[in-house]
Design a protein around this ligand. Structure first.
Ligand code: NAD
Length: 280
């Protein structure tokens, strides 16, 4: 039976370090958060970010803009935060109204303040193995893999899902540790090859958003399984991996909820303090 890789206790440990680092800075670190329009999910996320920030000695400066905000107004605000030396990091909350293109807008954030690690300059640093600001969900998955104690060198790592926020950055992070990395996606499934790749995985990371996509019986005996997926099924939150069967085969597995999720806000705050350290 697999041991559970739980995010909360790990987050608490990392938070202790963030708290110490925040306190050792000359000025209290400041996170500027931009929310456009009204959205219940985003509002709840912002509340939890603000609470976490406060508990770590980080000032959370929320700027709400109306639903009909134009791209140029948003860019103006980003530029204002870029040039405000008291602001150490900037986050744009999702979802954005349909008239605003996140990819375009996020490139206006000064790379040193891009605490989501999504600016092309930061992605470039990731490619060179020199990243300080790593996309938060990928960083969370790496923390959980490391918590399992597995030696990544030469291991077969299979990632299912190739999004910019999870699969692609994780592939780079695992390559840096000399894992042999396979990235699967919809094309892999359409070609009927998903099962054969998953069966080889000594480290399996799944970030798709389809409940039960990964059959428990495909999971390799003794593997480490990180399930990033979040799906609502009959009022319950489940991941992408069939947990009950996978748990019997893996050596370590993340629960959903309670695995990757609780770590992501902590990774955001770690990036913020990292950014503040570089700036101060
Ligand atoms: P996305 O929606 O941008 O991309 C989905 C990926 O899955 C793509 O690579 C696509 O090719 C692949 N895919 C789709 N159908 C597939 C299939 N049948 N077989 C194989 N691959 C398939 O993904 P995302 O934004 O990275 O999110 C993925 C999941 O992770 C979602 O459930 C999301 O809610 C969750 N997520 C969780 C956290 C967290 O904090 N726990 C953070 C981010 C995302």
């Amino acid at each position: 039976m697999a041991k559970l890789l739980e995010g909360k206790p790990l987050a608490e440990k990392i938070k202790e370090d963030i708290r110490k680092q925040a306190a050792s800075l000359k000025n209290k670190p400041v996170l500027a958060s931009i929310m456009v329009g009204e959205n219940a999910g985003a509002a709840a996320y912002v509340k939890s970010q603000a609470k976490t920030a406060e508990s770590l000695g980080i000032e959370y400066r929320l700027q709400s803009l109306p639903q009909d905000t134009s791209e140029s107004t948003l860019v103006e605000l980003i530029r204002k935060f870029n040039s405000d030396s008291s602001v150490n990091g900037i986050i744009i909350q999702m979802p954005l109204p349909v008239n605003i293109d996140y990819k375009k807008i996020s490139q206006f954030i000064e790379p040193g303040k891009d605490i989501e690690g999504m600016h092309p300059a930061n992605i470039g640093r990731l490619l060179f193995g020199k990243a300080k600001l790593i996309p938060c969900t990928a960083a969370s998955a790496m923390e959980l893999i490391n918590a399992s104690g597995i030696d990544l060198y030469g291991k077969e790592a299979v990632i299912v899902g190739h999004s910019e926020i999870v699969g692609k950055p994780l592939a780079l992070l695992l390559l840096d540790k000399f894992s042999t990395v396979t990235v699967c996606h919809i094309g892999t499934s359409k070609a009927g090859k998903l099962e054969e790749h998953v069966r080889r995985a000594e480290i399996l990371i799944v970030a798709v958003g389809k409940a039960g996509l990964i059959k428990g019986e495909w999971v390799k005996e003794g593997s480490v399984v990180i399930d990033v997926g979040i799906n609502r099924v009959a009022d319950k939150i489940v991941g992408d991996v069939e947990f009950e069967t996978a748990e019997k085969r893996a050596s370590y597995i993340t629960p959903v909820p309670g695995g990757v999720g609780p770590l992501t806000v902590t990774m955001l705050m770690r990036n913020l303090v990292e950014a503040a350290k570089s700036q101060q």
